[in-house]
Design a protein. Sequence first.
Length: 532
Amino acid sequence: MTVGTVNPANRLEDQGITGVGNVYYNLLEPALVEAALVRGEGTLGKGGSLLTQTGKHTGRSPKDKFIVRTPSVADSIWWENNNPMEPDAFDRLHADMLAHMKGRDYFVQDLYAGADAEHRLDVRIVNELAWHGLFIRHMLRRPDRDELLSFVPEFTIINCPSFKADPERHGCRSETVIALHYDKKLILIGNTAYAGENKKSVFGLLNYILPGKGVMPMHCSANHATGNPEDSAVFFGLSGTGKTTLSADPARTLIGDDEHGWSDQGIFNFEGGCYAKTISLSPEAEPEIYATTEKFGTVIENMVFDPVTKELDFEDASLTANMRCAYPMSYISNASHTALGGHPKNIIMLTCDAYGVLPPIARLSPAQAMYHFLSGFTSKTPGTEVGVTEPIPTFSTCFGAPFMPRRPEVYGKLLQEMIARHGSNCWLVNTGWTGGAFGTGSRMPIKATRALLTAALDGSLNTVAFRKDANFGFEVPVSVPGVEDSLLDPRQTWPDGAAYDRQAQKLVTMFADNFAQYVPHIDADVKAAAIG
């Protein structure tokens, strides 16, 4: 049986997927919630949210992700960061998955990835679970119903959590597999119910396709001045740096919170929704995100809840600390309706420096921006993991290494060119420690961080005096209204200047050691930036 709206010339059987049970095409949110409940996939929560669990896999499985090595992509994939799979192994995997699908029901969503019609990717997602269909319907962009009648997917994702791969037969690592074949325009996902694999598979596709079109894919949040989309800003940052908090400014319009592209026309959100972490989420700190957890159709993933009242426990991480909620962008009151913005006037790179070395804000040249973008620095702090007794540097290139199919320098060079071409100001913002390293210093005052960001975004920071940092060579403001002058010079905040110098040299060495892998592939100006 076939249910729903679909292009009659592009049903599953037209893609070689035959013998399956009922196929539900492009169901709307109420029908998907109803199907998930009837099938026992979740529980109805407060306000009509859907409470789900993903079982064994409560996060992505990057070690089980593979790209099929074919002649067309062999020379363009960053193989040191991406596992290869042989074409014949993929063919066996595909055949075995199709055989496994026989007689089972599937939920198909035909969706757009990208708010810019010129650069969007038309994607079909075939899900075994109804709630996965609801999740990806939130996360990507939804065509109008009449558009579905002519929709032709460029790529197809088949997600079968009940399918277990055979490592020996399928050339993979375990029973869990995420395999991408660019030539066949097909992604196969098996043995994981973690919904984020759907979302990140699409992001990985765009990260490969868009650079070839001169479009910069970015793992970042973005906003623009209210009423002025041309005054946009992007925020890069790894977990714990404040990316979501600092970009969610009620005085500005939210373009998106995670994945964007930058083309010759400006920036655009890849997605139509948000996938927010909910651990320790509070109505005081994040009122709008908190409110979505009690709205109809919001997918609540791996949260403990009271079986009678359905009250969520935002502090109980017994299932996972990676508990999340997924909801459409329309649930955020200041979200952009178009998800578009002009060329970013400001690019913010957020870092949490637990060494207490970096200033609260620094201005970067295009070459320095590429250096810090390729470095992708933040730090783990003592207490976050067993055995961590001092800050541990974390370098995740392009602020998202697991999602980068091409070599990092491709993205770094493209970002550098875009910054130079469009005159974007680029800032490195440290939300970490000052007055000493973790354990002796204190966390950077959020009031000061917000004041500095406001000054950067409204342009007033460009009018103050700057000094050249002795360690990294970037420019640091000397004095900014509303911020203590001493805070702008980290060495002054330390009780022992010599101790600061030793710590600074230690961090510079860490940066240099990490960046050595990129030196053979970059231009002279970036090499110069690397040595300050």
